[in-house]
Design a binder for this molecule. Structure first.
Ligand SMILES: Nc1ncnc2c1ncn2[C@@H]1O[C@H](COP(=O)(O)OP(=O)(O)OP(=O)(O)O)[C@@H](O)[C@H]1O
Ligand SMILES: [Mg+2]
Length: 278
């Protein structure tokens, strides 16, 4: 469980409140998308979950953040990293080892996981993420998308109960995006809490059950994925591009030709089209 109570934050050296009196709760096992225009405070919000704020980024902080019943302000980033796996918007910054294998085991080594258990986990994670071809490579020579996969592997190796992904789909091609959907769907089934920041709303629609739209550091709407991601006007008003099917079917709704709600998935769009066919 994650609980934010009346949280405000201003980065040191700035006089702009980036988070404004935010309150929200995320239950264990929920999958939540965080959306909003660039600079709206999405990454800043997620820095609260593992204590990067206030322990790494200093500034003026107000309010309370509880993660798995711990007051994040009183914990260290290291202790929080055992609960919260965090993939930064720039994964290159997270790579700490010269080789892929040692990168994946890096976190486990820090937490003194026994060698046999570590090897088993390394093999499992490499198989799960399909990283066999990268296993013996130097991390410095990897492409950005490959680095991203390796960082994800090193985070998952730690078995976090909460996983935060900041724009993780932005650097990968559509095949890798589909792989990511599969990996995240499997993690969701394991009752892990997923918090995913992404500009690609079609990608989010395939994974999360709940979406929180933020702008100027405040929550604009927080609701079920189907209702938030088919609210084209609200999305556009907040600088976002609606998902493809709600965008396409909008014209039919406008012309009152649509009895159903706007479809979000290919499956629901297909059902509507099938009804129209003679
Ligand atoms: N370390 C920092 N010091 C000062 N201001 C910062 C710092 N990091 C971010 N900001 C500012 O805080 C605001 C929110 O930034 P944040 O990175 O949370 O936005 P975001 O919604 O994640 O944007 P994007 O979609 O571009 O990643 C921005 O105006 C940004 O310039
Ligand atoms: Mg960001």
């Amino acid at each position: 469980m994650i609980e934010l109570r009346n949280v405000s934050f201003t980065y040191a050296g700035s006089n702009r409140r980036v988070l404004q009196n935010l309150s929200l709760e995320i239950a264990r096992g929920e999958s939540v998308g965080i959306i909003g225009p660039t600079g709206s405070g999405k990454s800043t919000l997620c820095y609260l979950f593992n204590g990067l704020i206030p322990h790494h980024f200093s500034g003026k902080f107000q309010g309370e953040v509880l993660v798995s019943e711990r007051n994040v302000m009183k914990e260290t980033i290291e202790s929080m990293s055992q609960i919260v796996g965090y993939m930064l918007q720039e994964p290159s910054l997270q790579i700490a080892s010269p080789f892929v294998e040692s990168e994946i085991t890096f976190g486990m080594e820090n937490f003194a996981v026994p060698v046999d258990k570590m090897d088993k986990r390394l093999n499992e994670i490499i198989a799960e993420l399909g990283l066999e071809h990268l296993r013996y490579r130097a991390t410095a020579d990897l492409s950005e998308g490959e680095k991203q996969k390796v960082v994800l592997a090193s985070i998952l190796a730690m078995d976090p109960s909460i996983l935060v992904l900041d724009e993780s789909s932005s650097m990968v091609d559509s095949t890798s995006k589909n792989d990511l959907v599969k990996i995240l769907t499997a993690l969701k089934k394991q009752q892990r809490t997923l918090i995913i920041i992404d500009h690609d709303l079609d990608f989010l629609a395939k994974i999360v059950d709940r979406v929180i739209l933020i702008n100027n550091g405040s929550i604009i709407i927080d609701g079920a994925t189907d209702s938030v991601l088919t609210n084209n006007r609200l999305l556009i008003k907040n600088g976002l591009i609606p998902p493809i099917f709600p965008d396409l079917f909008d014209i039919f709704q406008e012309k009152k030709l649509l009895d159903d709600p706007l479809p979000l998935s290919l499956e629901s769009a297909r059902k509507i089209v099938q009804k129209w066919l003679p």
